[in-house]
Design a protein around this ligand. Structure first.
Ligand code: FMN
Length: 175
C-alpha cells in the first residue's frame, strides 16, 4: 500500500478479533513511533504497553472506548523533558506525543492492525491507575488489534470538509 492509499484506507477500527497482537507487529508499530519527529529531537513520548487482563481492566475503568482490544498503548507526554518555545513558553510535549501516536496509528494500519485514537478517558484515573509521574501528561489511548471480520468504519468516517474550508491562501490586503 503506498502512502496516499494508506491514509485514504485507514479508519478508526472499533471492533477487534480476540487474537493477541503478534510481537513483531507491536515492535514494528513502536519502531514507527520512535521514528517520529519531535521538537529538538527531545522525544518526550512515554508509552505504556498495556496487555493482559489486569492492565486492560484498569484501562476499562478509565474509558468506555477500549473496544475489547487485546493491547492498548497509553501515550504520555513528559512535560519536563520537551522543547519550550521561548516566545510564549508553550511546551511541545503533547504535540510531539500526538505525532508519535499518528505514526503508530498509520504503521499499524499498514500491517493490518486496527486502532482508534482515544482521547475520551479520565486523565486523573489514568494517572492513578498507571502511577504516572506528575510531569507525564496522558495524551492518547491507542487500542490495537486485528479488525473483526465485520468491523466497519463509522458512518461519518468519510465526511471530510472541503479543502477550501480548512486551507486558506493568505492574501495581504492592499493599502
Ligand atoms: C484527538 C482525537 C481524539 C479522539 N477520541 C476518540 C474517542 O475518545 N473515542 C472514539 O471512539 N474515537 C475517538 N477518535 C476517533 C475519531 O472520532 C475519528 O478519527 C474521526 O471520527 C474520523 O474517523 P476515522 O478515524 O474513521 O477516519 C479520536 C480521534 C482523535 C484524532
Amino acid at each position: 500500500m503506498d502512502f496516499s492509499e494508506l491514509v485514504r484506507a485507514r479508519y478508526s477500527v472499533r471492533k477487534f478479533r480476540a487474537q493477541q497482537l503478534k510481537e513483531e507487529h507491536l515492535n514494528a508499530i513502536l519502531a514507527a513511533g520512535r521514528a517520529a519527529p519531535t521538537a529538538c529531537n527531545l522525544q518526550p513520548q512515554r508509552i505504556f504497553v498495556l496487555r493482559g487482563e489486569e492492565a486492560l481492566s484498569r484501562v476499562r475503568g478509565c474509558t468506555k472506548y477500549s473496544f475489547g482490544a487485546p493491547c492498548v498503548l497509553l501515550v504520555c507526554a513528559d512535560t519536563e523533558h520537551c522543547y519550550v518555545r521561548k516566545y510564549d513558553g508553550r511546551p511541545s510535549a503533547e504535540i510531539d506525543a500526538a505525532i508519535v501516536t499518528t505514526h503508530m496509528m498509520l504503521a499499524a494500519y499498514a500491517l493490518g492492525v486496527g486502532s482508534t485514537w482515544v482521547m475520551s478517558f479520565d486523565p486523573a484515573r489514568i494517572r492513578e491507575q498507571f502511577s504516572l509521574p506528575a510531569a507525564w501528561q496522558p495524551v492518547a489511548l491507542l487500542p490495537l488489534g486485528y479488525p473483526a471480520e465485520d468491523a466497519q468504519p463509522a458512518p461519518y468516517h468519510a465526511e471530510r470538509m472541503p479543502l477550501d474550508q480548512t486551507v486558506f491562501e493568505f492574501c495581504p490586503k492592499e493599502e
